[in-house]
Write a protein that binds this ligand. Structure first.
Ligand code: GLA
Length: 467
């Protein structure tokens, strides 16, 4: 079999090995008889952090590390799920209108999230759920876990694409990205759509300037002399515990800032900072922050009472809108005030940096790009308060090793940093990280902890030959 676009020989071999564990639909016709393989990459975000859920742009690259899901129709209305890594137990669950999640932290919840997304997207005629084919699926994930490189998006995207293929359902890449954008909500994180969009829309040798509502993408060519170094702090950024609570808290803080700012500017119906930016095009970040500062104290109580008074809405209504309802409701630690001003200052200033970054990167001005990345990290550390001492150290090491710039990447609170450097100085950057950071953790850091990653192709699904 020749190597399909977007795949490499290693991935194809992985898919073939997984296929041996999936029985094709013997004696059946059409899609039901075939074996499909979907690959979806992780991503590293160059800049534009914690902007996506405010509907503001990001600049990630899809990376050359992927998750592969091989799938074939089975004769049940169930998903039968196995993982190439025996550490992840097999699972089996029914395809139904509302798929109940497993316990928090179960790996297969990401698979359920993806299947639920497909059901929600396609089941306007309610009968579709009953007609969906069940599938046997085997997963092989090679995106480092809990490292801020979107292993979860790689899993949800590859699952959704494999499941759609089994069922003969088709969407274009933007529609697919829109469908899976909210898949993390299923596991309780109110994440934006960057990770899934990057995984789907990735382009070899390019960064992606992605805008939201609706999703749009502009591919930005990576300059030939630019290298992307990613280093994992080994501080687990597991989204099922503390990180999720901190993340969701930031989402609420940004939403409050947006509503208060919209009210101060008399913008009707605006609920996210992206809405403010679009409705007030003449205002720059500093002016918007000033306007917000005049309208609200820097911090507000976590019970949302003060916020409701300022907005002139009943507290219960605001709570329902911002926190959601039922089991998925966000629980805010009531003993800490909500930071309104700092969070808005990060998001609005970061937006200006992302827009500039897309242009300077395209123009090959890596020095300027590095400065924007450094400013992004400072803003994330000081105003968004999602860096850690270990991430700060890693960033310092990368800069000392000669990177143009470095910053935490992904949600933060652990996970990885990304550094941009000249191809010729990538080794020196890695050495500096090894000496200044990993030497204190272990003797000799494995390649998987820090590496030069390349901007790779987005997700795709192929037919595998059946025996
Ligand atoms: C996580 C989320 C993304 C995004 C980043 C922060 O990766 O999944 O949607 O919000 O954090 O930029």
């Amino acid at each position: 079999m020749s190597i399909p676009d977007g795949w490499d020989a290693g991935e194809l071999a992985r898919a073939a090995r997984l296929a041996a564990r999936v029985p094709a639909g013997a004696g059946r016709a059409g899609a039901a008889a075939r074996i499909f393989a979907a690959r979806a990459p992780g991503r590293v975000n160059l800049i534009g952090e914690h902007t996506d859920y405010s509907g503001l742009p990001v600049l990630p690259v899809a990376i050359d590390r992927s998750t592969i899901v091989v799938a074939a129709a089975n004769t049940t209305a169930e998903i039968e799920l196995a993982n190439a890594d025996p550490g992840w137990p097999s699972r089996r669950f029914a395809i139904e209108r509302r798929i109940p999640p497993y316990e928090t932290g179960d790996w297969a919840n990401y698979v359920k999230a993806a299947i639920q997304g497909v059901i929600d997207r396609f089941s306007a005629p309610a009968t579709l759920v009953d007609n969906l084919r069940g599938a046997s699926m085997v997963v092989d994930g090679r995106v480092p876990l809990a490292a801020g490189l979107s292993s979860s998006a790689a899993l949800t995207v590859s699952t959704a694409m494999a499941f759609m293929a089994v069922n003969g359902l088709e969407l274009d890449p933007i529609e697919t990205a829109t469908m899976v954008a909210r898949s993390e909500w299923y596991v309780g994180t109110r994440a934006g759509g960057m990770d899934q969009a990057a995984s789907i829309l990735g382009r070899r040798g390019h960064a992606l300037f992605i805008e939201f509502d609706p999703i749009r993408v502009r591919a930005v060519r990576m300059p030939a002399n630019a290298a992307i170094v990613v280093a994992d702090s080994r501080e687990i950024a597991d989204k099922s515990g503390m990180v999720r609570a901190e993340y969701n808290r930031r989402v609420v803080e940004c939403a409050l800032a947006a509503r208060i700012l919209a009210r101060a500017l008399k913008l009707d119906g605006v609920t996210i900072l992206g809405g403010v930016v679009r409705a007030a095009p003449g205002w720059n970040a500093a002016e918007l922050v000033e306007k917000l500062a005049a309208a609200v104290p820097a911090r507000l109580g976590a019970d949302l009472k003060e916020a409701a008074d300022i907005l002139g809405v009943p507290q219960a209504v605001l709570e329902a809108e911002l926190l959601g309802q039922g089991a998925a409701r966000i629980a805010l630690d009531a003993n800490r005030p909500l930071e309104i001003l700092k969070r808005a200052r990060h998001v609005l200033s970061e937006t200006e940096r992302v827009i500039r970054a897309a242009d300077v990167l395209e123009a090959g001005r890596l020095d300027e790009m590095g400065k924007l990345m450094n400013a992004s990290h400072a803003s994330l550390a000081d105003d968004f308060e999602c860096s850690t001492a270990r991430l700060d150290t890693l960033v310092e090491c990368a800069r000392r090793g000669g990177a143009f710039g470095a910053r935490l990447t992904g949600a933060g609170f652990g996970g990885s940093i990304v550094a941009l450097c000249d191809v010729a100085s990538a080794d020196a950057v890695i050495e500096s990280i090894d000496r200044g950071y990993y030497a204190k953790l272990a003797r000799g850091a494995p390649e998987s902890w820090r590496a030069v990653l390349h901007a790779g192709a987005g997700a795709s699904v192929i037919d595998l030959p059946t025996a």
